[in-house]
Design a protein around this ligand. Structure first.
Ligand SMILES: [Zn+2]
Ligand SMILES: [Zn+2]
Length: 498
C-alpha cells in the first residue's frame, strides 16, 4: 500500500478531481500517472466527481491517510443524493455535465471563476450546480472556456503545458492548458440581476449542503426545491409549447438582461447550457422566487402560465402539497380547496349578513324567470357561494334543492359585475367579517384558531375557495387579487404549520 509523502488537505467545498490533481502536482506527477500508481483503474474514464466507485475512493483515502467520509464528501454524490428523491437516476437535473456527456464535443468545460483560480483557490463543487452562474466573491460570471482559444476549462489539465508534456509544472489553474494565456475574467454582471442570481444560488447551496432552504415562508429540502426549479426553468427556457419565453420579456430590461435570447441546441435544458445562457434563466427564476411562492405564483398567473405548464404529469417528482397548492392557484378549473382548514359547508347567509347586502343587490331584470318563478337576489348570491364551495358539476348543481338554476345565477352575477353591485356587496361582506374579528386581507391561522363564529369561518371559506376565485377572476372583480393572495398566504401558512 502506497502512502503519499506530500498530502495537501482538500480545501473547503473542493471537488474531488481538483484535489487529486493537486495531489499529483505535489508528487511531480500527472494526475493519470498518480491514479495508475495508486491502482485506481479507470478512474478518469467517466467524470470521477460523479462516478468514482467506493473502491477508488477507499484507495485515495488510504494513500492520503484521510477518512473515507472526508474523501467521499469531495464528490458530487452527496449533492446528487439530496437533489433527487430517486436513487436510480443517473443524472439528476440541475447538475452540470462535462464534455461529451453534454453532447457538445470539446466545448463543455468545467465552470469556474477565473478570478478565484488566480488567487490560487481550488475548483469548487458548487460550480457544478446548474444554478451557480456567478461568483459571489468577485461578482463576475463563471466561464467554462478559454476566451482566447476556446479550449474547455479542465481540472485535470490545470498543471502542465501541452508543448512541454514531459515536464511537470506546479498547480496553475489560472492558465489555459492549450494556449497558456491567463484565463480572462468572467464578464461583469448587471447588479440588479446579480442580486437575484446570488439569492437563488444561496438557496440552492443551502439546500444541497444543509439539506434545507428557506423559500419565502416555507422551508424546502433540496429534492422539493429541484421539483420546483426544474419545471420553472423549463418554462423560462420556452420548453412549454403554450408559454413562449417572450412572456417574461418585460423583466429583462429592469434586471439588466439583454432582450430575449433563445437558448440554442436541440435540448436546451438548464444543465446543458453554458453559464452565460444559464445566467439569464437563473436571474429570472431568482426574481420570480424573491418572496418564495407568494411572489412566484401570482406572477405566473398574471402571465398566463397554467398548472399544466408548470407541473405537467411527466415532470420531475414534486411533493404532493406543492402540486395541490400550484393546482389550486394556477389551474383554470380548480378542483377543490385542499389546503386551508376553513369549513367547506357554506349553506346560507345569516339574516344580519343579508340585511347589509340587501340594498346593494337588485334583481336583474333580464333573468327573473327560473323554473317558472322569479328568484330573490338572496337565493342567487347564496347559490353562487354554495356552488363554488360545494364543487358540484353543472348537472348536480341543477338538482340542489332551493338553489336557482345555473343560468339564472350566471345572468345575475354578470349583471352585478357590470354595474359594480357585486364588488360593493363583496366589500360589505368583507367589512362585516372584519367587524367580527376575521380580516380577510390578512387571515392568519392564529386568527382562525382564536375561534371566530362558525358562520364567519364558513363565509370566508366560501369566499376563498379556488372555485369562487376563478369565477371572480372571470367576472373581473376588483376583489379577486386580494382574495386570491389571502387564499395563497393562508394555504402556505397551513402547509408550514402542518
Ligand atoms: Zn471568484
Ligand atoms: Zn486558451
Amino acid at each position: 500500500m502506497i502512502v503519499l509523502r506530500l498530502r495537501p488537505g482538500p480545501a473547503k467545498d473542493e471537488v474531488l478531481t481538483s484535489w487529486v490533481t493537486r495531489l499529483a502536482t505535489e508528487q511531480m506527477m500527472r494526475p493519470s500517472r498518480l491514479t495508475n500508481c495508486l491502482g485506481l483503474r479507470g478512474f478518469w474514464r467517466q467524470d470521477p466527481d460523479l462516478n468514482a466507485t467506493p473502491e477508488q475512493l477507499a484507495g485515495l483515502a488510504q494513500a492520503t491517510l484521510c477518512r473515507l467520509g472526508q474523501v467521499e464528501a469531495l464528490t458530487l454524490a452527496p449533492i446528487k443524493r439530496r437533489l433527487t428523491a430517486r436513487p436510480d437516476v443517473a443524472r439528476p437535473p440541475l447538475l452540470v455535465l462535462l464534455g461529451r456527456h453534454r453532447g457538445t464535443r470539446n466545448v463543455a468545460g468545467h465552470p469556474a471563476c477565473p478570478a478565484c483560480l488566480r488567487e490560487g483557490r481550488a475548483y469548487l463543487r458548487s460550480w457544478r450546480l446548474a444554478t451557480t452562474v456567478a461568483c459571489p466573491r468577485h461578482g463576475t460570471m463563471l466561464v467554462e472556456n478559454c476566451r482566447h482559444c476556446g479550449a474547455p476549462i479542465s481540472v485535470t489539465r490545470a498543471h502542465f503545458q501541452k508543448a512541454q508534456c514531459a515536464q511537470t509544472l506546479p498547480w496553475t489553474p489560472e492558465r489555459c492548458w492549450r494556449c497558456w494565456e491567463r484565463l480572462p475574467l468572467g464578464g461583469v454582471v448587471p447588479t440588479p440581476a446579480l442580486t437575484h442570481v446570488l439569492g437563488l444560488q444561496c438557496l440552492m447551496d443551502a439546500a444541497v449542503h444543509s439539506g434545507e432552504a428557506r423559500v419565502g415562508d416555507l422551508s424546502l429540502n433540496a429534492a422539493d426545491l429541484t421539483g420546483l426549479l426544474h419545471p420553472l426553468t423549463h418554462v423560462l427556457l420556452g420548453l412549454r409549447p403554450k408559454v413562449p419565453p417572450s412572456v417574461f420579456d418585460d423583466l429583462r430590461a429592469p434586471l439588466g438582461l439583454p432582450p430575449g435570447v433563445r437558448a440554442a441546441g436541440a435540448r436546451p435544458v438548464l444543465e446543458l447550457l453554458p453559464p452565460a445562457d444559464r445566467f439569464q434563466v437563473v436571474a429570472l427564476a431568482g426574481w420570480l422566487l424573491r418572496d418564495g411562492l407568494v411572489s412566484l405564483l401570482p406572477e405566473l398567473r398574471v402571465r398566463g402560465v397554467r398548472f399544466t405548464d408548470l407541473l405537467p404529469e411527466s415532470t420531475w417528482p414534486t411533493p404532493a402539497w406543492l402540486r395541490d397548492l400550484v393546482h389550486d392557484q394556477l389551474a383554470r378549473r380548480p378542483r377543490q380547496r385542499r389546503l386551508t382548514s376553513l369549513p367547506t359547508d357554506f349553506q346560507r347567509l345569516t339574516d344580519e349578513q343579508w340585511d347589509r347586502l340587501a340594498p346593494l343587490l337588485t334583481r336583474a331584470p333580464g333573468a327573473v324567470r327560473s323554473g317558472g318563478r322569479a328568484r330573490a337576489p338572496r337565493d342567487v348570491f347564496e347559490g353562487f357561494l354554495r356552488r363554488t364551495t360545494a364543487g358540484t358539476t353543472e348537472d348536480q348543481w341543477n338538482h340542489i334543492p332551493g338553489v336557482p338554476r345555473i343560468k339564472t345565477t350566471i345572468t345575475h352575477l354578470k349583471r352585478w359585475a357590470r354595474t359594480g353591485q357585486l364588488d360593493d356587496a363583496l366589500s360589505e361582506l368583507l367589512n362585516h367579517l372584519a367587524e367580527h374579528g376575521l380580516s380577510p386581507d390578512e387571515p392568519t391561522t392564529s386568527a382562525l384558531n382564536s375561534d371566530p363564529p362558525l358562520w364567519v369561518r364558513q363565509t370566508l371559506g366560501a369566499l376563498l375557495a379556488p372555485r369562487t376565485l376563478s369565477v371572480l377572476a372571470r367576472l373581473g372583480s376588483t376583489h379577486h387579487a386580494s382574495l386570491w393572495n389571502a387564499a395563497l398566504r393562508l394555504g402556505l401558512q397551513e402547509v408550514q404549520t402542518a
